[in-house]
Design a protein around this ligand. Structure first.
Ligand SMILES: C[S@@+](CC[C@H](N)C(=O)[O-])C[C@H]1O[C@@H](n2cnc3c(N)ncnc32)[C@H](O)[C@@H]1O
Length: 176
């Protein structure tokens, strides 16, 4: 019986925070949980280039699959996620894979994260938020930072590569 109550509470939290995430972006435009497919993750890893020793940030890390992939490939990866159930699940997966120290899952709103210390940034957002995210990343990131966006393109920034619906941007690659 207790197990059922715990499962019910976890499910309720998942739905509640999933709902909150939908309104968490600027002007209330947030993003629901949709995991990236294995095929696209492979594309992202390839398009990211050599990730060994690089600092990677996943904006909205979901179940941690991108953080885990990049950390397994030699990066130090961080993910920010609003939904505490997904944070708990992602942290469990990190522990099970022995990636503590290389893969870090934070519970928080990524719009409040200073992105300047990261070399590679990944995001799977929604079209209405891409303009605000473009402004934030152009303002904060350093020369050479690679940004990989799943599905949605930035409205003004010109991508340097597009493959399998993954769009790659490099800070400083053009006059912006
Ligand atoms: C489309 S899913 C992508 C999950 C994961 N990155 C992947 O590629 O499989 C977007 C995730 O962002 C989270 N999210 C939405 N708005 C957020 C915010 N403002 N701060 C942190 N996480 C957020 C959602 O809860 C959801 O898990």
């Amino acid at each position: 019986m207790l197990v059922l109550y715990v499962l019910w509470a976890v499910g309720l939290l998942f739905i509640l925070f999933g709902f909150i995430a939908i309104f968490a972006g600027p002007r209330g435009r947030g993003v629901p949980y949709v995991p990236t497919s294995r095929r696209r993750i492979e594309t992202m890893l390839r398009l990211a280039g050599d990730v060994r020793g690089k600092r990677v940030l996943d904006l909205g890390s979901g179940d941690g699959r991108l953080v885990i992939t990049f950390a397994s490939a030699g990066a130090v990866a961080h993910g920010y996620e609003l939904n505490p159930v997904l944070v708990w699940w992602a942290r469990t997966r990190v522990l099970l894979r022995g990636l503590r120290g290389r893969a870090h899952i934070h519970w928080g709103n990524y719009w409040n994260v200073n992105t300047s210390r990261f070399d590679i940034i990944t995001v799977f957002g929604l079209r209405p938020m891409m303009g605000d995210l473009e402004k934030k990343l152009k303002r904060e990131t350093h020369e050479g930072t690679r940004i990989l966006s799943n599905t949605f393109e930035f409205p003004n920034w010109k991508s340097v590569a597009d493959e399998n619906d993954i769009h790659v941007y490099v800070q400083g690659s053009q006059k912006q």
